[in-house]
Design a binder for this molecule. Structure first.
Ligand code: HSE
Length: 330
């Protein structure tokens, strides 16, 4: 096989943004994208050293918590996504990977998804015949699953699509972007504890009462309808979680106090981001998010709890290509 028949270039880089899984009312179903914060993945292709046997090697991981991440491709979310893509598409090539982590490990901000999505987006930029959105999500999901122990697509989907996204089925995959009022932004604080998604999923009760199910279904429907129709009172009334939040909040230092501090004019609600420990507040705009963030941070400052903090818009764009080299040079 001539590599230039299949690949249009031999190296590319892509950025995958941080995401908020669940978005309070959509456990495993809804996710939102964060501007600015994310992971970058650089890929370089070379012909297979061993004929017919593709290889993915993670050459370096730099940045936030990078020393704690696995270099073995089968255990790394970017590496596993690429291995699955190569196999699924019957591609024979060796890939060298460099990862720059911006998202803290075990933060609840979709770091595993961001690296996996950035990897498949960079790979897609190199293909003569690019893959569909659903195929990219499928491969990214396989990558993310090595870290979270389950296939939930509420991080990979907004990471790829941007904005707020809904996962209406995982197998077969069915996802959609959900329109939302312009300017909606979030305040995020992450106390210095790490939570493993797998552990935070294992502690959830297998049972849900009918009355709780009814309440949360109404809130999910209300939030989505409120977003689509720009019905702010409906968004605000719906943005509450009596199902997952009470089961996980004790893992997060000062959760109740931070949530209470977030409340204010233009703040629609606050809850756990993904599996935590990050806590986020959904706000009408960035200025409101910055004010909410200031109040949320003060709780951690007053209790001498180390915490990272970001105020972010919810960007319309998800993962994007940073650079690619035209023409296959090998
Ligand atoms: N929906 C997942 C969970 C998101 O809450 O377990 C993890 O980031």
């Amino acid at each position: 096989m001539n590599l230039s028949d299949v690949f249009r270039a031999d190296h590319a880089s892509a950025f995958g943004p941080a995401t908020i899984g669940n978005m309070t009312v959509g456990f495993d179903v809804l996710g939102g994208t964060l501007s600015g914060l994310g992971d970058t993945v650089h890929l370089s292709l070379t012909p297979c050293k061993t004929l017919g046997q593709s290889n993915v090697s993670i050459e370096s991981i730099q940045g936030t918590d990078s020393e704690q991440l696995p270099l073995a491709a089968t255990e790394n979310t970017a590496g596993k996504a690429l291995l699955t893509l190569l196999k699924g598409e019957s591609l024979n090539v060796d890939i060298a990977v460099r990862i720059e982590k911006g998202i803290p490990l075990g933060s609840g901000l979709g770091g595993s998804a961001a690296s996996a999505v950035a990897a498949v987006v960079a790979m897609n930029a190199l293909l003569q015949r690019p893959l569909t959105q659903n195929m990219l999500l499928k491969y990214a999901l396989e990558g993310e699953a090595v870290a979270s122990g389950a296939k939930h697509a509420d991080n990979v989907t907004p990471c790829l699509l941007g904005g707020i996204a809904g996962v209406f089925s995982v197998e077969p995959l069915s996802v959609r972007s959900i329109p939302f009022p312009a300017g909606m932004s979030v305040a995020v604080v992450k106390p210095q504890v790490g939570i493993k998604t797998e552990a935070a999923r294992a502690l959830l009760s297998k049972q849900v009462t009918t009355s709780l199910m009814v309440k949360q279904q109404a809130r999910l429907a209300g939030f989505i309808l409120g977003c689509v129709t720009h019905d702010i009172p409906l968004i605000q009334d719906s943005f509450q979680d009596d199902w997952i939040e009470p089961q996980r909040k004790n893992l997060i230092p000062h959760f109740d106090a931070v949530k209470e501090a977030a409340a204010g004019e233009g703040v629609y609600g606050a809850s756990i981001s993904g599996a935590g420990p990050a806590i986020f507040a959904l706000c009408k705009d960035l200025a409101t998010a910055e004010n909410a963030l200031h109040r949320m941070r003060k709780v951690y400052e007053a209790t001498a709890t180390g915490a990272l903090a970001w105020a972010c818009e919810i960007p319309a764009e998800g993962a994007y290509i940073l650079q690619e080299t035209e023409g296959y040079s090998a």
